[in-house]
Design a protein around this ligand. Structure first.
Ligand code: HAM
Length: 426
């Protein structure tokens, strides 16, 4: 038989114990922040009905779908969690007490072109608020992201949250180039989200493509790209009529963020539009200050997603925070912890005769809640002690013929080397 391929499929990862410890550490950080913000954890299947994801706005995420037909059912691995959350909310829409604050840590699948920080499988920490139309929800979510960044040791100089509003961009464009074609707005956002990746000329080409969904005149397309260069809210406000609701919301949001003490963490950036079609209002992404990595996280308001899936109208806002980019950034900065294995005790019987006493001792210690490695085979004492040390154990219980005869174990504290006898059956 030919040998199996040892690497997992390209873009996916194996998690050996040391990798999984680090992942668990990161997920613990996510969970702890979610707990402090009183969000409840949810989950959903990794395999969904494909139609939940197949929107028609030209998004990359739809082109990258892992999908298949099985017994006449068209299924897909989830590329993101938001549609599943929307489905769950819709299924219980009448019974849920709004606003909801839900979080999830999910594995997502996208058949990406592989570049740094971009994989075909990644985990995401999602936090979403359903049923709150005001920007207090956005502020709370951004505060949660900043709390996490702070816990990881990343200050305002390391990561900035860039935020803008699709509603603002929509007001600008509807007053102008999209006056007669409001339906072109979502696909236009999908195109201009690519600006950082493909550059101005390629974006203008897509915006003016006669076969595309946007079909702007070249001058109009260049105007749109120029508008994205705005980096101050005051300047952006001059481009819309006075009394703009989108500008008022953004001003209020920046005020709230200042009240959280986060003014040095967030900046206005008109070029942030996000690549998913469902966003309707505030949009934000966090980037490393060095600008070398893709977004650490991204999110925004998506007040109409439930309606587009055939459900009632419930406003929603949230974000997804990936596990890949943040680990690269932490590694670059020397902030990624080396999470050691931590077991409490090792129980070491010298031979088969001592094994029954050893396993009774291990069972008692486990019942007390300790993590106990019972040495299984016949191992030399030096090796057993070295293994215990490597595993980060605190104590080793040695049971030789002499100890067994006296009804004790010899306990060695690995930190100081102190030894004493402890009765096997107290
Ligand atoms: P997204 O921007 O597609 O948004 O993904 C959120 C984050 O997940 C990204 O900023 C990035 O850190 C990470 N990520 C995405 N794709 C990959 C990949 N191929 N490899 C590694 N990391 C990746 C969403 O998915 C929205 N559903 C977020 C959301 C929740 N909006 C509202 N609620």
């Amino acid at each position: 038989m030919s040998k199996v391929e040892l690497q997992p499929p390209r873009g996916t990862r194996d998690f050996y114990p040391e990798d999984l410890r680090r992942r668990a550490w990161l997920f613990d950080q996510f969970r702890e922040v979610a707990r402090r913000f009183a969000f409840e954890e949810v989950d959903a299947p990794v395999v969904e009905h494909a139609e939940l994801f197949t929107r028609k706005a030209g998004e990359e995420i739809v082109e990258q779908l892992y999908h298949f037909t099985l017994h006449d059912r068209h299924l897909a691995l989830r590329p993101e969690m938001t549609p599943s959350i929307a489905r769950m909310v819709m299924a219980r829409a009448g019974a849920l007490r709004l606003p909801l604050r839900w979080f999830a840590i999910t594995q997502n699948w996208r058949y990406e072109r592989m570049t740094r920080g971009r994989r075909r499988e990644h985990y995401q920490w999602n936090m979403d608020v359903w049923g709150e139309p005001g920007v207090a929800a956005e502020a709370e979510l951004i505060a949660a992201i900043c709390t996490l960044l702070g816990r990881l040791g990343l200050g305002p100089g390391d990561v900035k949250i860039r935020l803008s509003s699709r509603a603002l961009l929509e007001e600008v464009l509807r007053a102008d180039v999209l006056r007669d074609r409001p339906e072109a707005f979502a696909p236009l956002c999908v195109v201009i989200d690519k600006l950082g990746k493909i550059g101005e000329e390629a974006v203008v080409d897509l915006l003016t493509d006669p076969a595309g969904a946007v079909r702007l005149a070249p001058g109009a397309a260049r105007g749109v790209v120029a508008a994205l260069g705005v980096r101050s809210l005051d300047e952006a406000a001059q481009r819309v009529p006075a009394g703009s609701a989108a500008v008022d919301d953004l001003r209020r949001l920046f005020e709230l963020l200042a009240a959280y003490g986060l003014e040095d963490r967030v900046v206005f950036d008109a070029s942030i539009v996000r690549g998913l079609a469902y966003y309707t209002g505030t949009v934000f992404e966090a980037f490393d200050a060095g600008g070398t990595l893709r977004a650490v996280c991204g999110g925004g308001r998506y007040d109409r997603l439930l309606e587009t899936l055939g459900g009632p109208s419930i406003p929603a806002v949230g974000f997804g925070f990936g596990d890949v980019v943040i680990q690269e950034l932490l590694a670059d900065k020397g902030l990624l912890p080396d999470v050691a294995r931590a077991i409490d005790d090792v129980v070491y019987p010298f031979g088969d005769a001592e094994r029954p006493a050893a396993l009774r001792l291990a069972t008692r210690l486990r019942a007390e809640g300790r993590s106990v490695d019972l040495v299984l085979g016949s191992v030399k004492p030096r090796r057993a002690l070295a293994d215990a040390d490597r595993a980060g154990a605190q104590r080793v219980f040695l049971i030789g013929p002499d100890e067994a005869a006296r009804g004790v174990a010899r306990v060695r504290e690995l930190a100081g080397g102190a030894e004493r006898d402890e009765p096997l059956d107290p």
